[in-house]
Write a protein that binds this ligand. Structure first.
Ligand code: HEM
Length: 511
């Protein structure tokens, strides 16, 4: 019978289209109905008449604040058919401990970016694994090279002149972070290749644009075809292809080198390409350039914009007139550490306690997103208290609520630069650090998927800030020396990317 339907559809496609359309619509409505029936949490929406998509993009934060106490659902403009649920803190322990086959971080990313349809690089187990093992093992060597690399990168892009130079810092910070990350992830062959860096820098933005274009113009059940027709999707695929081409000779050369006995090798590679290749070799699997490109692009997406946006956000606070005493204390601390250590090694960076505390307080009040722990239900999932998430639910635990909750932070609305330093001094020196994790400290996520590169990211950010603060005098171009308001996009909050800062080379520059 199926054969007959197929044959008649092929013979007369015009007549078949309305049938296909109706079936698709009915199926979609059934999916939405089924999900909403089994999701028994309040559905929050703007009640003043304007419930537009644009409103969700710019003002989601208002609804998220309203729901801090209880689990709630809200419109999911990513996929109008899949429910979106925000959970309060009390669900965190169960949420972060749920098995990957139940509540999944890679599946959330897949849905968020429509990764299957646009060809975006996915979260890969292997890439996360090498960050969790090889990166951590090699951190001392890697961090020891970051400060010199910072000088090489920034001195070219922001002149050390005695006059004030206007600079829009975000693109420069993103480029600097892309190069620093590429050194670790892609290795020496590509870390200074402008084409490679260009692909890594723009891949996130292009992927987001492709996902938006897809949702705006392609009904859900036609999206599989977008890769053949949508220019935005084709751009993502073209970048993947080019990334694969650029990685091909690198992988080939590494393979040849690996045939030489270790003691006779002239170069010892210590980077993501090598770690991934060796991981595959150890499992008797063969890594192809296309597979390597998937891992590399995923790591580029994970590393570049998160690090550069946070650097900018912290710098904004450091320049704010309210924090000049704290900045002076941080500069004195940097000077003291530099006098004690001849190089910016990991132990030296670990002594930057005031900078660490300031960075963490800055992120507490200017967090990057209202939710930092994100999972999607691969199967229907029920919490111990009976809260049920239907299959396909995109769920997130609220990060923003606890940051200004007096239950966790005394006088929570006040920017207190040494809040976390005091906690380290009085409670536990190994906790309350910028990269620490706890149920309320979720800048870097939680549970198994918590950012495996968080210590690398924290040390690198500090060294970038050390470089900027010791090499330049920096101030806002506008008269008022205050931090510009953050911008909102869906549940993300970002530092303003358009603010112009003035830079001037310091007369006595630090090494
Ligand atoms: C300040 C900068 C960064 C922030 C705020 C950040 C934050 C995060 C967050 C929130 C997650 C998801 C955790 C979860 O859902 O529980 C994550 C995952 C991840 N991050 Fe980062 N990250 C940063 C920098 C980096 C860098 C520099 C790299 C690589 C060099 C990196 C590699 C990863 C990877 C591989 C994952 C996935 C882990 C997994 O699947 O298990 N991140 N990060």
């Amino acid at each position: 019978m199926l054969d007959d339907i197929l044959a008649s559809a092929l013979a007369n496609p015009q007549a078949f289209l309305p049938v296909a359309f109706t079936t698709t619509l009915v199926f979609a409505l059934y999916r939405r109905w089924k999900a909403s029936r089994s999701l028994r949490v309040p559905f929050l929406k703007f009640e003043d008449g304007d419930d537009s998509r644009q409103r969700y993009l710019q003002e989601s934060g208002k609804l998220l604040k309203l729901g801090y106490e209880k689990a709630f659902a809200m419109r999911n403009y990513i996929d109008e058919l899949a429910p979106q649920v925000y959970l309060p803190l009390k669900y965190m322990d169960e949420f972060k401990a749920a098995h990957e086959s139940q509540l999944s971080f890679p599946y959330f990313s897949e849905l968020l970016f429509s990764q299957n349809e646009i060809g975006m690089a996915k979260v890969t187990e292997e890439a996360s694994h090498v960050m969790r093992t090889d990166l951590i093992r090699n951190l001392p060597t890697i961090i020891a090279g970051v400060k010199d690399e910072c000088s090489a990168i920034f001195n070219k892009m922001i002149p050390l002149t005695p006059d004030w130079t206007p600079v829009t810092p975000y693109p420069i910070f993103a480029f600097a972070v892309a190069r620093l990350s590429a050194r670790v992830i892609a290795g020496p062959e590509l870390s200074k290749n402008d084409e490679w860096l260009g692909i890594c820098l723009s891949f996130t933005k292009k992927s987001m644009e492709a996902a938006h274009a897809l949702r705006a113009s392609w009904p859900a059940y036609t999206r599989w075809a977008a890769r053949y027709f949508s220019p935005a999707v084709k751009t993502v695929l073209a970048d993947r292809k080019r990334a694969t081409e650029l990685l091909t000779p690198v992988l080939e050369a590494r393979r040849q080198a690996s045939r030489i006995p270790v003691e006779k090798r002239q170069t010892r590679y210590n980077d993501g390409v090598q770690w991934l290749m060796e991981t595959y070799d150890a499992q008797n699997r063969k890594i192809t350039p296309a597979v390597l490109a998937e891992h590399q692009l995923f790591l580029a997406v994970a590393s570049i914009h998160s690090s550069s946006a946070i650097t900018l956000s912290i710098l904004y606070d450091l320049l704010d007139e309210k924090h000049q005493d704290a900045k002076k204390a941080i500069l004195d601390e940097i000077e003291a550490v530099r006098n004690e250590y001849s190089n910016w090694t990991r132990p030296a960076v670990a002594k930057l306690l005031k900078l660490d505390s300031f960075m963490k307080e800055s992120q507490r009040l200017h967090f990057m997103g209202h939710a930092r722990v994100t999972r999607a239900a691969r199967v229907p999932y029920t919490f111990k208290d009976g809260l049920h998430l239907p299959k396909g639910t995109m769920a997130q635990v609220l990060h923003s609520g606890p940051q200004t909750d007096p239950q966790f932070y005394e006088d929570p609305e006040t920017f207190d630069p040494w809040r976390f330093l005091r906690k380290r001094e009085t409670i536990d020196p190994y906790k309350f650090q910028f990269a620490s994790l706890s149920n309320v400290e979720t800048t870097f996520g939680a549970g198994f998927h918590a950012c495996p590169a968080r210590n690398y990211a924290a040390d690198t950010l500090k060294l970038v800030l050390v470089h900027l603060l010791t090499s330049y005098d920096i101030k806002y171009q506008k008269e008022s020396q205050t931090r510009p308001p953050d911008t909102n996009h869906d549940n993300a909050t970002l530092p303003d990317f358009g603010t112009v800062l003035l830079f001037k080379g310091k007369s006595s520059q630090a090494p």
